[in-house]
Design a protein around this ligand. Structure first.
Ligand SMILES: *Cc1c(COP(=O)(O)O)cnc(C)c1O
Length: 411
């Protein structure tokens, strides 16, 4: 018999699987763009829990929606109709290319649904034509991120995320992001569809170029393969349009959403047009929690805020203001900051010094929170309702961090 582990060993950080490595900092409360730390300091939140807290912390309208929903039925599973989910699905369809929605609890699950729909579409098509389906491969792009489940890790193609988890070949191919000729060359008899982020997030903030994005649509049409966009990070108003692909004037067949859609409550969705959804019939897919009354009540409240007259335009003007101020910072501190990329309030601020140094100085010396991204970028994803005064505060803190890092380099 093994000796039971003493309970003290299981307390706190040690009880957590070692997949994360947070600093010794936690937050007790928050309001808007501010978070109150357990060190007694107030932090300016310019990453929003990775684009999740789209309206900052403790937004009164969302708190009210949560409180009201919490006093009704929390959960039923999908064995019964869920009016809140049906309402949210209808509204998402009204405002997009889609005609069908499947609700989930996360980005990876939303992508799983879309990837399954791609394969199922080809399987049903082959069956109808009376032959075996050979189209089961999906093409993704370099520097992509689609989540951490087995399939989404395969779709993302990041070797660091794949190592030790995948079989030899999970059915994904990868080509350089933005390279239409490479995509065309990679499409074979076995290709079922393509998945891409209109604005890449994790691997460096990188908006797709317009000719490329439209070219993907054209190639998908030519080969009758499905085009899926992953808008888990760039969707729900983040770029100043409700959906990022709307900047490009072409529509995908499938779109995954999560992050901002619940404003901090776990919620995701996979949207599809009739063609892509036709094969996802009764019994083909399911989720216990997905689209439960609590989550979708909050999703509706988030969509209320996003749909307010002029709100998305105000995101665009705030974004222009932030980008202009960041350009000024680069001019002032060319030895620290290099360039800005991105769309709307999804910005990558490329650094000259290591981005981790900037992130740590901002956090520990100047109480401002940002995220890292690929290409030595500091990622800024402030709440969509951030004010110009709050942006000014952020710029002051970015300047102060530059001063700190320069002084440190000299001293
Ligand atoms: C965060 C993210 C995901 C994964 O979302 P989870 O909720 O962590 O599963 C997928 N795709 C993109 C583009 C993301 O940014």
């Amino acid at each position: 018999m093994s000796t039971p582990t003493p309970p003290s060993v299981l307390l706190g950080r040690e009880a957590m699987m070692a997949t994360y490595s947070p600093p010794n900092l936690a937050f007790e409360s928050g309001r808007g763009v501010w978070l109150h730390g357990n060190d007694g300091k107030d932090y300016l939140d310019f990453y929003s829990g990775i684009a999740v807290s789209a309206f900052g912390h403790n937004h009164p309208y969302l708190v009210k929606a949560l409180q009201e929903a919490s006093e009704k039925v929390w959960h039923l599973s999908n064995m019964f109709r869920i009016p809140q989910a049906e309402r949210l699905a209808t509204r998402l369809c009204e405002q997009s290319f889609a005609t069908k929605v499947f609700f989930t609890n996360s980005g990876a699950e939303s992508n799983e649904c879309g990837l399954k729909a791609i394969r199922k579409y080809q399987a049903v098509k082959a069956e109808a034509a009376g032959h075996n389906c050979v189209k089961n491969r999906i093409i993704g792009f370099s520097s992509a991120f689609h989540g951490r489940t087995i399939a989404t890790v395969g779709a993302g193609g990041n070797p660091a995320h794949m190592k030790g988890f995948l079989m030899e070949d999970e059915g994904f191919d990868q080509v350089p992001y933005g390279d239409l000729a490479a995509l065309e060359a990679a499409i074979t008899e076995q290709t079922a569809g393509v998945i891409l982020e209109p604005v890449q997030g994790e691997g460096g903030i990188r908006p797709a170029d317009e000719a490329f994005f439209r070219g993907v649509r054209r190639l998908c049409d030519e080969h009758d393969i499905l085009m899926m966009v992953d808008e888990v990070q760039c969707g729900m108003g983040r770029t100043g349009k409700l959906f990022a692909h709307q900047w490009y004037g072409v529509e995908p067949d499938i779109m995954s959403l999560a992050k901002g859609i619940g404003g901090g409550f776990p919620l995701g969705a996979c949207l599809a047009n009739d063609k892509a959804a036709a094969a996802m019939v009764f019994g083909t897919h399911g989720s216990t929690y997905g689209g439960n009354p609590l989550a979708t009540a909050i999703g509706n409240a988030v969509l209320d805020l996003l749909s307010e007259e002029g709100f998305l335009e105000s995101v665009q003007s705030r974004a222009a203001y932030l980008q202009e101020k960041l350009a000024g910072l680069i001019a002032r501190y060319p030895n620290v900051y290099d360039s800005v990329s991105g769309k709307g309030l999804m910005l990558g601020f490329k650094c000259v010094v290591p981005n981790g140094d900037v992130l740590v100085s901002l956090r520990d010396d100047h109480q401002m929170l940002v995220a890292k991204s690929g290409d030595n970028q500091v990622r800024m994803l402030p709440p969509l309702n951030v004010t110009e005064a709050e942006i000014d505060t952020a710029i002051d803190r970015l300047a102060a961090a530059a001063e700190t890092l320069l002084a440190r380099a000299e001293g």
